[in-house]
Design a protein around this ligand. Structure first.
Ligand code: PNS
Length: 173
């Protein structure tokens, strides 16, 4: 039987930290689904379609930074705009969720969700420690730095840098 895992998140936008977790998870499973989930508590910067394209555009780039995805693994990028994550897991036959953890705050935020998902549908969550080199990077910090004119080249793939610049430029009119 295929071992399938789901790696969910807002990915607004995807960072090298996310790609590192995704690549490491891909090495452990036959198939992984990177799922761009609508989080009602966050106002998105990029649409879910843009976020999916940016993840897809980042695969080849990520290889340059040693974040290559194993070719043996099937990597699917999808969206979930409504409904429960565990229903998505059921639909695709996944029994494991992957979450990256940078610090205690992440763990505190993630633990209740992990417990609920296990309670609802026996879906287990595997926490992966963030790479120390990327441990301080978050999508919100990246957006803030980019909006204030700083360089985010070390934190996100070139496709994301380009998309951020374009959106910020467009917003300025
Ligand atoms: O990157 P984020 O925004 O911290 O990711 C949180 C996310 C989207 C994974 C979480 O909010 C989620 O799982 N939402 C789906 C709805 C759901 O299943 N909720 C109940 C269990 S947490």
């Amino acid at each position: 039987m295929k071992k399938i895992a789901v790696y969910p998140g807002s990915f607004d936008p995807v960072t090298f930290g996310h790609l590192d977790i995704a690549a490491r998870a891909a090495a452990l499973f036959d198939e992984i689904h990177i799922v761009v989930v609508h989080n009602p508590n966050k106002k998105p910067f990029f649409s879910s379609e843009q976020r999916v394209s940016l993840i897809q555009a980042s695969f080849t780039e990520a290889a340059r930074f040693g974040k290559a995805f194993p070719t043996s693994t099937n990597v699917i990028v999808a969206t979930l705009d409504q409904g429960l994550l565990v229903d998505y897991c059921r639909k695709v036959g996944a029994s494991v969720l992957i979450k990256g953890v940078r610090n205690n705050a992440d763990l505190e935020y993630e633990l209740p969700m992990a417990r609920v998902n296990r309670d609802l549908a026996a879906v287990e969550t595997i926490f992966m420690p963030a790479d120390p080199g990327q441990g301080f990077v978050s999508s919100s910090l990246v957006k803030q730095v980019a909006e204030l004119g700083g360089s985010v080249d070390n934190y996100v793939p070139a496709a994301v840098v380009k998309a951020l610049k374009a959106s910020i430029q467009q917003a300025k009119g």
